[in-house]
Design a protein around this ligand. Sequence first.
Ligand code: BEZ
Ligand code: FE
Length: 313
Amino acid sequence: MTVKTMHTADVKDLLEKVAGFNQEGGNERVKKIVHRLMHDIFQIVEDFDVTAEEFWQAVYYVGDLGKNGEAALLAPGLGMDKYLDIRMDAEDEQAGLAGGTPRTIEGPLYVAGAPMSEGFARMDDGSDESAETMILTGQVTDENGQPVANAVVDVWHANTMGNYSYFDQSQTDYNLRRRIKTDENGRYTARSIIPAGYGCPPEGSTQALLNLLGRHGNRPAHIHFFIAKPGYKHLTTQINLAGDEYTYDDFAFATREELVVEANRIEDPAKAEQFGLNKPFTEVEFNIQLVATDKPELQSRHERKRALEGEAA
Ligand code: BEZ
Ligand code: FE
């Protein structure tokens, strides 16, 4: 039986009391948002005739999501991170700060305080001898194409199993995570290994919901970047390697055409030798253009909970 109660005085009164409208204390913005949120949830219950069984299933789903530590994994899967990027792009446009290398989502797997080096870093610990060696290199410039020296390029990526150090405790500390300061020509170079794409834990809460939506939980092989330099807009971005099954089908919606990068196999022993290698390797080039700003609040990454943030050196 379908009943309609949202229009009644009882429900309106209930929602106002739920949101603390009749109380002096608290935070006005939170009250308004909770009022809207609970109104919209009530409305969904009415419109879809949600049963008590379905409702309690959803409540315990949220509990399990928290217990599994997967809330920040479900969010990108439901397009939230992408939506926030769309809003930030629109804000930049409005403020005349559009342009440069596009942003894309950070994801939940950053760890603060990776070792810092100048110009070059080796990112892998050498333990995966069967991995393909990657030379990742590029130049950071401003909008006029002038090199930006001393920019901090903070790079992180997964191993050949799609797993990230720190979250995967079988890896050494800060494996595949480094901060590299650009040299006087704005250049950075990293020696690392070609990563594999990430997949959501198959038995986890995120994958359980994705299954109900008929969706997979996979990301293409990708490499994350934060790029920071005083006087420029902080950039959070990542590149997706071309040719991966999921390059244009990322469950976290991070792919942008400008951020799809070819990985080139280099067989020339002379070129390998330049990097101290005695076997073929794969080169990935990612040049980054920063946008100048004098607004200090745009020059550093926005706050969110991140592993070891505020703790690491
Ligand atoms: C990642 O960066 O690998 C990632 C991003 C969003 C959700 C899960 C993983
Ligand atoms: Fe990632």
